[in-house]
Design a protein around this ligand. Structure first.
Ligand code: P53
Length: 482
């Protein structure tokens, strides 16, 4: 067999990933309503982003313009085509379709934009992979309903999902419901509660209880979307989207092992419901012990069963470690005060402290596949880094290539040595975009550089980085060259 073609399965979806609010800009045109991403200020490595009440004239909001993909998508898709992408993952901005979230009639101009975008991708041989809610919801749903803590959002989301799935039924085959739905359970205090849930907390709230309620509402909404989607087009492949950051025991002390496994439970809770269609016993026990009164009906439980996902999409960036040993510096963990999150002495970290661990990807692929026996799809992976544009306009980003190469190697081993079923790989931020976590432009992931800085200055000119040719070759060879 030809060396070049026996590396990854036939039809493997080599691609790139972004999200609507991080790339599109055009935040107030063609009838779009305000989204929760539009009231996030810029932060940096040390300063968190702030959430403002509505748009303030004296603040800078990096997502308002982002990289203006709304107006440049045709030229950008030409670059994606040259790169060789077979798939492009982005999201639909809910507030383009339903400006207030609770509207009955969709905004035609918003629908038309995604029609044009998907047509342009398909015309260039690129398969759209679409997330319904990627870390944003219409702002009015936050202000007027309190976000996903309110069960009414289940109905609004289901109507939004039905509207777009019907409209694009012949254009989009691969869907995901909520981006990184499990990325809200560890630190619901700040931005993470402002992800897909956009919870408006009230005085006296037990934040964990409210976050669990919002999570359940999202899981039910997701199952409804899966069920409706399958009725609209039985060929749809509808997945969930998880953030997998594996937690290692820092030592082989049995208590470290138990602490690591407890931490993993919180993350697995979401995929357990998505894939198995029922609430796991460890979650029911926890709610009982804490006296949480989580509201769901018999009908909701049936919907969970009927709306299980076809595949598991997930992001993988880093791993983390926990310990119960005294004398090791770390951050205490809510609920498990005897354990703390510590840095792993065996791996390095990037400038934002994210620990680089390609073996962790292989470990994750194995663990998740063995747990669920469902096809997996790596829909985000990458390393945020500062890039320098040299005087000759070149960008030597060998660090990016090293990171991705090591992760593709790990993925190769998981597929070819461990037998994991993997549908594709769409590295994050194929073109430079606004960082979600910090709001910076200069935390870059792309193969394509965009001339814009953290303050919003720049020409928005696109330049190919050195990694562009490298990834082009990976796709062409269907794997790493030997
Ligand atoms: P940024 C934390 C941990 C893992 C993934 O993140 C995360 C986050 C949030 O910061 O989010 C995903 O831009 C998310 C993307 C995001 C990407 O990772 O903070 O799905 O929207 O941009 C990278 O470097």
């Amino acid at each position: 067999m030809d060396q070049a073609t026996d590396k990854f399965p036939n039809g493997f979806l080599w691609g790139g990933a972004v999200a609507a609010h991080q790339i599109e800009g055009a935040y107030d045109v063609d009838g779009k309503g305000l989204s929760t991403a539009d009231v996030l200020t810029a932060g940096n490595q040390r300063t968190p982003r702030e959430i403002t009440k509505g748009v303030k004239s004296d603040q800078y909001y990096p997502n308002h313009e982002a990289i203006d993909f709304y107006h440049t998508y045709k030229e950008d898709i030409q670059l994606f085509k040259e790169l060789g992408l077979k798939a492009f993952r982005t999201s639909i901005n809910w507030s383009r379709i339903f400006p207030n979230g609770d509207d009955v009639v969709p905004n035609e101009a918003g629908l038309q934009f995604y029609d044009d975008l998907f047509d342009e991708l398909l015309k260039n041989g690129i398969e759209p992979v679409i997330t319904l809610s990627h870390f944003e919801i219409p702002y009015a749903l936050y202000e007027n309903y309190g976000g996903f803590r309110n069960k009414k959002l289940i109905t609004f989301f289901a109507w939004y999902a039905e509207t777009v799935m019907r409209r694009y039924k012949d254009k989009v085959k691969y869907w995901m419901t909520f981006n990184e739905i499990n990325n809200q359970m560890d630190t619901f205090e700040k931005l993470h509660a402002w992800t897909n849930s956009a919870i408006l907390f009230e005085d006296g709230d037990d934040k964990e209880e409210v976050t669990i309620q919002a999570s359940m509402n999202e899981l039910i909404a997701s199952a409804k979307a899966v069920k409706i989607g399958k009725e609209i087009n039985p060929n749809f492949q509808i997945g969930c989207m998880m953030a997998y950051v594996p937690v290692y025991p820092y030592s082989c002390h049995p208590e470290d092992m138990l602490a690591a496994s407890k931490m993993m439970e919180r993350r697995f809770f979401y995929s357990d419901v998505h894939v198995r269609g029922e609430i796991p016993s460890y979650a029911l026990k926890l709610w009982e012990q804490k006296g949480y009164d989580i509201d769901y009906s018999q009908e909701d439980l049936e919907i969970l069963k009927e709306g299980t996902v076809d595949y598991i999409g997930f992001s993988y960036y880093m791993s983390t470690a926990v310990t119960t040993l005294s004398g090791v510096k770390g951050t205490p963990i809510r609920d498990y005060p005897y354990a703390k999150v510590v840095s792993n002495p065996h791996v390095k970290a990037n400038d934002w402290g994210w620990q680089i661990d390609p073996d962790g990807l292989r470990y994750t692929l194995n663990t998740v596949y063995q747990r669920y026996n469902k096809p997996l799809f790596i829909v985000e992976n990458g390393m945020g880094a500062y890039d320098t544009v040299e005087n000759d306009g070149k960008i030597h980003d060998d660090y990016r290539v090293s990171y991705l190469e090591a992760h593709i190697q790990a993925m190769f081993q998981a597929v070819n040595e461990d037998g994991v079923e993997l549908m594709g790989y769409t590295p994050w931020g194929v073109i430079d975009i606004v960082s979600f976590g910090s709001g910076e432009m200069e935390k870059r992931y792309g193969f394509i550089h965009v001339d814009k800085d953290n303050q919003g200055n720049g020409t928005l000119v696109r330049r190919k980085k050195e990694s562009f040719a490298w990834y082009q070759n990976v796709i062409e060879q269907n794997g790493l060259s030997n």
